[in-house]
Design a protein around this ligand. Structure first.
Ligand code: BES
Ligand code: ZN
Ligand code: ZN
Length: 484
């Protein structure tokens, strides 16, 4: 898709259709000279509902390059999420009519966060996952061309380009999650990150099984040993042209399929475990947008990618392994595998002498129970970093909620034979005990952990179809911005 920011005369917008928001009185936003009266006639005739969500499709007046105008009633007290959903809904109406060249007018939208949300709504909703289907005629076409019309009161073109780049990264993360595990395995994830690294300006190094053995990543390897698919540690490195001097490491859990291992999952909750690489997908998605977003920080992405399967070579519940850090772990439940691969990746992260480490992981079902499908859990050993995540989430409508790393709960991870166990003796506080486990491997730096288990798949929404959400990418980019 061609993406353009246009700030010439309104009449010159070179698209088939233009989306213009209207307020609750039916008045179009911004300086759409000549259009207000045309719309006023409709408002008076009672044909155009003033309600939020009202759509009015009109033939563009003479003298305009565009052929059609779609007015969309944004309603009273619109928030950024209202704009995100509104832009998506308006675009859907156009795509359903077979229109593939669309412009969105930002004119008259005052706040930058509302403008941003409207742009995101356009890009995020222009998406479907059809590569595995031979028949796709039932779906509306994707846009060929998206134009954002801005005037002097709107944010600059460069900023608008950044917003679209970040939304594109979210779509890449979605794609990785949509693929089934027979296709999106550790090797494929590694290949994809190498390929995107070449086109998006970061370098990639893939650590193979023998290298992971040399590094003594016994915890990570204990998860992959039951699978015929070899493990990979995907190491991505972005070096900015004008560095800020700060180094961030993002770590993303990528269990390309989590059967539970010998602690096998029940049949009804297994299929969705193709999405257990959502943390890795978010980290790769972030890596793909850093250059285009002009990120001034060095960012290293570490994605341990494995498959968790039961077999004759699989880890047995009660096995003890030695992690790269030297700490020994009694694996009492092979389904608590995410923390095992993250443990070694977090140890590896220390070699970059990072200022901040943030991990993203579909870590616990307990997170879903506690917070439901729209809310991320965050915890960490450095409150200012956690605060930045909470605030960054608010900026982009990805809701994060802090859970406490309650020291006393470390009791629950005690083991009789090893330094500690990978699961607590009781189910209670499962997201917190998982966080406490990770904390033991993150002692050397300032760290936060985002449990994205609940948010990685969701029902369809105004700006995405059912399935992978690409969750986490927008927050991570907003967080990096807060350090600029
Ligand atoms: N990948 C799962 C967590 C998960 C559950 C992600 C639901 C997305 C949706 C994780 O590896 C897991 O199985 N965790 C166990 C931990 C338990 C054995 C302590 C869980 O949450 O049941
Ligand atoms: Zn599991
Ligand atoms: Zn898992």
């Amino acid at each position: 898709m061609e993406f353009r920011v246009y700030d010439g005369p309104f009449s010159g917008i070179d698209s088939w259709a233009v989306i213009i928001f209207c307020d609750q009185s039916g008045k179009p936003f911004g300086d759409a000279s000549g259009l207000a009266s045309e719309l006023a006639a409709f408002v008076e005739s009672g044909e155009f509902s003033k309600k939020a969500g009202a759509l009015h499709f009109a033939v563009a007046p003479d003298g305009m390059s565009a052929k059609r105008i779609l007015f969309y009633g944004i309603g009273e007290n619109a928030k950024p999420e209202t704009y995100r959903k509104g832009a998506a809904t308006a675009l859907k109406a156009l795509r359903d009519r077979g229109i593939t060249q669309v412009a969105l007018s930002l004119s008259g939208i005052e706040s930058a966060s509302d403008q941003r949300a409207a742009v995101e709504g356009m890009v995020l909703s222009n998406y479907h996952f059809t590569v595995l289907r031979s028949q796709r005629d039932d779906l509306p076409k994707l846009l060929d061309k998206l134009t954002i019309y801005r005037d002097a009161n709107n944010e600059g073109a460069e900023q608008i380009q950044r917003w679209q780049a970040i939304a594109q990264g979210t779509l890449k993360a979605r794609d990785l999650c949509q693929y089934p595990a027979n296709i999106m395995d550790p090797t494929k994830m590694a290949e994809q990150s190498v390929q995107w690294g070449e086109s998006c300006g970061y370098s990639t190094q893939i650590l193979e099984q023998t290298e992971l053995e040399k590094l003594k990543m016994g915890s990570l390897l204990s998860v992959s040993q039951g699978s015929v698919k070899p493990p990979k540690l995907i190491v991505m490195d972005y070096q900015p042209a004008k560095p800020s001097g700060k180094t961030f490491v993002f770590v993303g859990k990528a269990v390309t399929f989590d059967s539970g291992g010998l602690s096998l999952k029940p049949a009804n909750s297994m299929a969705e475990m193709k999405g257990d690489m959502g943390g890795g997908a978010a980290v790769i998605g972030v890596m793909t947008v850093l250059r285009d977003a002009g990120c001034p920080h060095r960012v290293v992405g570490l994605v341990p990618a494995v498959e968790n399967m039961p077999s004759g070579s699989a880890t047995r519940p009660s096995d003890v392994v030695t992690s790269m850090s030297g700490l020994t772990i009694e694996i009492n439940n092979t389904d608590a595998e995410g923390r095992l691969i993250l443990a070694d990746a977090l140890t590896y992260a220390a070699r970059y002498k990072p200022d901040y480490v943030v991990d993203f992981a579909t870590l616990t079902g307990a997170c879903l129970v506690a917070l439901g499908p729209k809310v991320f859990a965050v915890m960490g050993n450095h409150q200012p970093l956690v605060d930045h995540i909470l605030e960054a989430g608010k900026e982009v409508d990805e809701i994060f909620w802090q859970l406490p790393l309650v020291d006393e709960y470390n009791e629950m991870l005690k083991s009789n034979v090893a330094d500690f166990a990978n699961v607590a003796g009781s189910r209670w506080g499962g997201s917190i005990t998982a966080g406490l486990f990770l904390q033991k491997f993150a002692a050397e730096y300032q760290w936060a952990h985002c449990d994205i288990a609940a948010t990685i798949f969701d029902k369809p929404d105004a700006y995405r179809p059912a399935g992978g959400t690409g969750a986490g990418v927008r927050m991570a980019m907003a967080m990096l911005d807060r350090f600029s």
